[in-house]
Design a protein around this ligand. Sequence first.
Ligand SMILES: [Fe+2]
Ligand SMILES: [Fe+2]
Length: 314
Amino acid sequence: MAYTPLRINTVKPNRELTFDLFIFFKEQYIIYANKGGEIEQEKFSKLKKQKIAKFYIDEEDEMNYQQFLDALLMETMNSETATTEEKVNLVEGACGTAVERMQTDPGSETSYKMTENAAKSLRQCILQNPDALKEIFGKEVQEGDHIIKHSLNVSALATKLADKMGQKEEQLDQMAIAGLLHDIGVMQMDEQVRELFKKDKKDLTPENRLAYGAHVKDCISVLNDKPYVDKATMDLITNHEEVKSGQGPNKKTKLSESECILSLVNIYDKMCITTDLTPKEVIKEILIEELGNFELDLLNKFKVVLKEEGLLDI
Ligand SMILES: [Fe+2]
Ligand SMILES: [Fe+2]
């Protein structure tokens, strides 16, 4: 039997399961709950306390799981009684599961569709719930989850900024997808190059920059010929490291508004991760260092969004 991982946050307790659920324990897959059954709240809380973050399903149950998750997302995002925390947990689980699967198999259409659905829910969640962004950014990163957490942060914040800039729903969805997938190329690189993700960009040698910059190309080669990936989303992913001065890996100097948004938010979150600076210090430095790389209006609106969303006090 082949097993596929899914985040525990995408399964709700006290809800009928449409698939068999496994956990990986002591080097083996053990059945945890059966199709048709439910997980009790108490058992579920215990798993989370034990820091078990993943369940597994038999590959043959994939479609059943997708339908289960789509229904749960729809219901929770539109619910008037679900708290922001519940909404964020679910959407984080859905995005994390989708990105993790795309990292392992970037050519999988099912995983791409899953990313699209997760991105839509993320857009809805952050635009409709005032505290959602703060909740997302305030979450602790689990070991080995740095790129996934970064992808979720960038996706959520870039979508919010795009909304502030007056972009349409279709553009917001493209932004949310691109944000989730922009760095999947990093996982395709050698371990040595992958480690550069955690380094402050100021500490990178020219060779480091060149090697790391290749992660935008690796991703393109896998997604480029896929008919289900639209061009606007593809362009965003390809150009997410570009800046107006032409110092990005593709040396582009003419960027669309959406490309500038994604690139700016990527720089911001990357600096928060790789330096000891507080968010307030990061935005201060960006307003000085990146002045020639982005329009002043965009930089100012970005600062306003960070303030309004409470992200500077985390
Ligand atoms: Fe990147
Ligand atoms: Fe990134």
